[in-house]
Design a binder for this molecule. Structure first.
Ligand code: PEP
Ligand code: CO
Length: 469
């Protein structure tokens, strides 16, 4: 548990912004990674429609999540934030959504059982439709077209019409998010997420997994515990028939985020009601940029991706801007350094944040620093590197006296072959078998479960070591 309870000392040059905030004040600052729309009238119409449509989430859900993240900061919960790199409109379909929930449920159960604490489940879903890109254009042969920026912006097909940024897609994105979330809410309200019926949320390929036996043992243990509790209580406990899921996405397209930023009755301030936990991506996290400006004024819990180039000074400036009152649960920092760089890059950041008394939730994203492109052009990630970054994270936090309070993953409940390795030892020839991602490679079902088991092992080893010290 960390000791960041005192008021923050604000250092010279780290003063929070004195600019007056409004949902549109970001427009005065440079906004990276925004699409170029060629029809200003159509954009305006789409934004007006978006700002009239009902929101996706409520302020009280958002504040409940903030409270749970505050508890995670204190070491009383663990955050599992996971899902696709990018959702697509075509994938807004029943099996994909229910498989995504199933794998998240199964992983969270492994974590709850192994860590003996509640898990906060946050999906990268119901709005993860916009992607930052390293290049504005993509060239094939002698044709250069705008890069694909996610279904909220343009189409993936490599032709000029599809790649044009179309503002109607913002409205379609909102609708697909609503359809997704509606189904998630229906499934998790009862029945499907019922702890009495884990067979409902078994994926078809559980039984073939190298981890099947261990997973089944955990499920049986939990079943025993539930029955024991119900015997004690003298009847069924309603809380065992529903499971909480929260939503998150990278809040990249600021016009669209602004249109979903609302005031609500009986609460002060502004909420982004398109998602519970919006995050700022690594490429848009400059303290002087439009994204930081937009985020500082909303009341949601927020997260920021922190890459290996970030210096302690810059991080402290960002923290001052985004959480000047050191509010519990407000700020999650997701470090994504890469297995090769984490040991060098992370310690100074942890020490600086700790020394300044900043209250943050530290989370490890072991995916985005470990991408590689094979000689045949296929993008992949090695399971060994992903696992290593998680393991190193636990070490580095233990050495700094801080706590790793969660993981942020790209995964799918489908049986894809996009990342190399894992217990089944997927190799380069396997990747061709079922590679579906149009953006980053995701862990498949078995690899995801294996990673959850790795987290449990690592936490247990660390706490055993701490007791011996
Ligand atoms: C992502 O989460 O898909 C992403 C683009 O991450 P990052 O901003 O950390 O590169
Ligand atoms: Co990604």
């Amino acid at each position: 548990m960390n000791t960041m309870t005192q008021n923050p000392r604000r250092r010279n040059g780290h003063a929070a912004s004195t600019r007056t905030w409004s949902p549109q004040s970001w427009q005065a600052l440079p906004a990276a990674q925004q699409p170029q729309y060629d029809d200003a009238v159509a954009l305006q119409q789409a934004l007006e429609e978006l700002s009239r449509l009902p929101p996706l989430v409520t302020s009280w859900e958002i504040l409940a999540l903030k409270q749970q993240l505050a508890e995670a900061q204190e070491g009383r919960r663990f955050l599992l934030q996971a899902g696709d790199c990018a959702e697509s409109f075509a994938d807004c379909a029943s099996p994909r959504i229910s498989n995504q929930l199933k794998v998240l449920l199964q992983m969270s159960l492994v974590l709850v059982h192994g860590l003996q604490m509640p898990v906060v489940r946050v999906g990268r879903f119901a709005g993860q439709y916009a992607k930052p890109r390293s290049a504005d254009t993509e060239t094939r042969g002698d044709l250069a077209l705008p890069s694909y920026r996610g279904d909220n912006v343009n189409g993936i097909e490599f032709d000029a019409a599809a790649r044009r940024a179309d503002p109607r897609r913002l409205v379609l994105g909102h609708m697909h998010s609503a359809l997704t979330l509606n189904f998630v809410r229906a499934l998790t309200e009862g029945g499907f997420a019922d702890l009495h019926h884990p067979e409902y949320w078994d994926l078809a390929w559980v039984e073939h997994s190298p981890h099947a036996a261990e997973y089944r043992r955990i499920v049986a243990d939990i079943g025993d515990a539930v029955r024991f509790m119900e015997t004690l209580a003298g009847g069924p406990l309603a809380s065992f028939s529903r499971v909480e899921f929260y939503t998150s996405h990278e809040a990249l397209l600021l016009y669209a985020e602004q249109a979903l930023t609302r005031e609500v009755p009986r609460q002060s301030g502004w909420f982004n009601l398109s998602t519970h936990l919006p995050w700022i991506g690594m490429r848009t996290a400059a303290p002087g940029g439009a994204h930081a400006e937009y985020f500082r004024g909303i009341r949601n819990p927020i997260a920021v991706k922190v890459g290996p180039e970030v210096k302690a000074d810059q991080l402290l400036r960002l923290i001052d801007l985004l959480n000047p009152a050191n509010e519990p649960g407000r700020l999650t920092l997701i470090h994504r350094m890469g297995a090769a760089r984490i040991a060098d890059a992370l310690p100074a950041l942890l020490q600086a944040v700790r020394a300044e008394g900043r209250r943050v939730l530290w989370v490890c994203d072991p995916m985005h620093g470990n991408g590689e492109t094979l000689p045949n052009g296929v993008k992949t990630r090695r399971f060994a590197n992903i696992r290593s970054e998680i393991e190193q994270s636990f070490e580095v936090h233990a050495a700094a006296g801080t706590r790793l309070g969660g993981v942020h993953l790209e995964l799918t409940g489908e049986n894809v072959t996009e990342c190399l390795g894992g217990a089944r030892g997927l190799d380069e020839s396997d990747l061709a078998r079922d590679y579906r991602s149009t953006v980053d490679p995701r862990l498949n079902y078995e690899q995801s479960l294996e990673l959850a088991l790795t987290v449990v092992q690592r936490v247990r080893q660390n706490s055993a070591a701490a007791t011996q010290r």
